[in-house]
Ligand binder design. Structure first.
Ligand SMILES: [Zn+2]
Length: 247
């Protein structure tokens, strides 16, 4: 049985894990909308597997130096802090380039990240639901990203809400992803409040959104990777119980 858990608040991840029955926790190290240095949780995180989610503002693909350069620095700082906590991986969104930019520049910028970065733990690039000219919304782009990262040890985090809202059918998705990346390190198991290919990133508890729960289960079974629900907190215990019962 794969390990199942939740994205929780960083104030006391182990206590939140116990509340929802999680064997795995994911949390931010500080404000996900800020460029601040990582802040470690106040209480030790013991007895659960840990994943750290990097701030949303990180965009290492962009051609804008004033975003890309601080993004690289922040990514390195969060990676080091996550490794210090014994985390199994650092999740970061694929990012995007400006509307008029050639996406290849963004893929090349990603390659430069790994040419310079020490990776004591794996970086897991996550697919995104939207973002104009995104690097990791559609599989065609993820394939080009993985071409650019050939030779580097890079992990993948598959988010079911983002795939659905981003316009990728969940049927057979794991096989199509693995054909590109060779691996799925973590599943972000979320329902989507919004319709297929809407481009909106609003997570829902399992069964409360627009995705057939059977499709979500099928993705989880096929991926065979640890699972984290990033769903509204009040329903997380139910989501985890649903997965345990049905997987
Ligand atoms: Zn996610």
């Amino acid at each position: 049985m794969v390990r199942i858990g939740a994205h929780v608040s960083q104030d006391d991840p182990a206590a939140h894990a116990a509340e929802v029955g999680a064997e795995v926790v994911q949390f931010f190290l500080g404000d996900p909308q800020g460029y601040d240095k990582p802040v470690l949780p106040a209480k030790p995180v013991e007895g659960v597997d840990v994943y750290i989610h990097a701030p949303y503002l990180i965009n290492v693909a962009t051609t804008n130096n004033r975003i890309r350069i601080p993004s690289r620095k922040l990514l390195a700082q969060h990676l080091e802090a996550a490794a210090g906590l014994g985390a199994k991986g650092l999740i970061v969104h694929g990012g995007h380039v400006n509307k008029s930019d050639d996406p290849q520049v963004g893929f090349d910028n990603w390659r430069k990240v790994f040419e310079r970065l020490e990776c004591p733990i794996p970086v897991l690039i996550e697919n995104t639901a939207g973002g104009g000219n995104a690097m990791a919304r559609k599989l065609e782009r993820i394939a080009r990203l993985w071409d650019a990262l050939d030779g580097f040890d890079v992990g993948f985090c598959l988010d079911t809400c983002h795939a659905h809202a981003g316009g990728e059918e969940l049927v057979g998705l794991v096989d199509r992803v693995k054909a590109i990346t060779g691996r799925i390190d973590l599943v972000h198991c979320n329902d989507s409040r919004d319709a297929f290919d809407s481009g909106a990133d609003r997570h829902a508890n399992l069964g409360a959104g627009s995705i057939d729960p059977e499709l979500i289960l099928a993705v989880c079974r096929a991926a065979g990777a640890p699972i984290v629900v990033e769903t509204p907190a009040e329903g997380q215990a139910g989501d985890i119980a649903f997965l345990r019962k049905n997987l």
